[in-house]
Design a binder for this molecule. Structure first.
Ligand SMILES: Nc1nc2[nH]c(SCCc3ccc(S(N)(=O)=O)cc3)nc2c(=O)[nH]1
Length: 273
């Protein structure tokens, strides 16, 4: 897939490193120290095998509140500028705000990752004008309320129908299908059973014919099942990364890049022999 001047072969599973630039992930060193720390962390993840670095200035975990536009810009743009000056990794901006998309791409981001699948007013237009690939993710409801008893007739077909509809909306806005990635949105308005059904039937989503991005790293689908708190979820995260990479997922979005890259390299070896 073409990411501006980078062609990335998605015929092999790739690792996306998570770079949270929300205050709860910052040390108390204030913003500049944290921007530099964020860049150093990103460079380390690239060194460990990340092809993509996903930069998000708005926490979208369950219960998260909205972040003001200027605040989200202040958190993300300086880091994107500094990182794109020091690495040729593919920078992804994790945002739903059109203005953040535009400024992030101007600052060097080459992928728009929107957990709201470009449903915010102006987002389709901004993404089309940015002329970079987009990842469309399924979310039911909003982060503040999405985990309050999520219900589906059939979670697999509901997620598929949503992704097909959002893909059509993108095409109508002038975004070519060859620039679209799909994501089932683990943990975004799903029960434990819904999340594992979306792993088991991931091939059904892959059958839509577009590259698939998956993000399960350290999420409650691991913690609830295994009774592990967030810093004890590496084994579960690696298990899910391995399973979905083996199924053919194209991009795995994780916190623990080194360990995931090792697991993905084993999957790649098995595909080669
Ligand atoms: N494309 C894409 N982008 C993403 N950005 C995020 S941020 C994670 C927010 C969160 C944290 C924790 C839980 S929980 N309750 O399941 O543990 C849910 C959501 N995730 C994803 C993802 O998957 N894809």
């Amino acid at each position: 897939m073409q990411f501006a001047n980078h062609f990335i072969d998605l015929n092999q599973p790739r690792v996306m490193g998570i770079l949270n630039v929300t205050p709860d992930s910052f040390s108390d060193g204030g913003r500049h120290a944290s921007a530099q720390q964020a860049v150093e962390h990103a460079l380390c993840m690239v060194e460990q095998g990340a092809t993509f670095i996903d930069i998000g200035g708005e926490s979208t975990r369950p219960g998260a509140k909205d972040v003001a536009l200027q605040e989200e810009l202040d958190r993300t743009i300086p880091v994107i500028e500094a990182l794109s000056a020091r690495s040729d990794c593919v920078i992804s901006i994790d945002t739903s705000k059109p203005q953040v998309m535009t400024e992030a791409v101007n600052a060097g981001a080459k992928l728009i990752n929107d957990v709201r699948a470009l449903r915010e007013p102006g987002a389709l237009k901004a993404a089309a004008e940015a002329k970079v690939p987009v990842c469309l993710m399924h979310m039911k409801g909003e982060p503040r309320t999405m985990q309050a008893n999520p219900q589906y007739d059939d979670v697999i077909s509901d997620v598929k129908d949503f992704l097909v509809e959002r893909t059509a909306a993108c095409e109508q806005a002038g975004i070519d299908k060859s620039s679209i990635l799909l994501d089932p949105g683990y943990g975004f308005g799903k029960s434990l059973e819904h999340n594992y059904a979306l792993v088991k039937y991931l091939p059904d989503i892959m059958a839509l014919g577009l590259p698939v991005l998956v993000g399960m790293s350290r999420k409650s689908m691991i913690g609830k099942l295994l009774n592990r708190n967030v810093e004890e979820r590496l084994a579960g995260s690696i298990a899910l990364a391995t399973i979905t990479a083996q199924m053919g997922a194209h991009i795995i979005r994780v916190h623990d890049v080194q360990e995931t890259a090792d697991a993905v390299n084993i999957v790649k070896m098995l595909k080669k022999v």
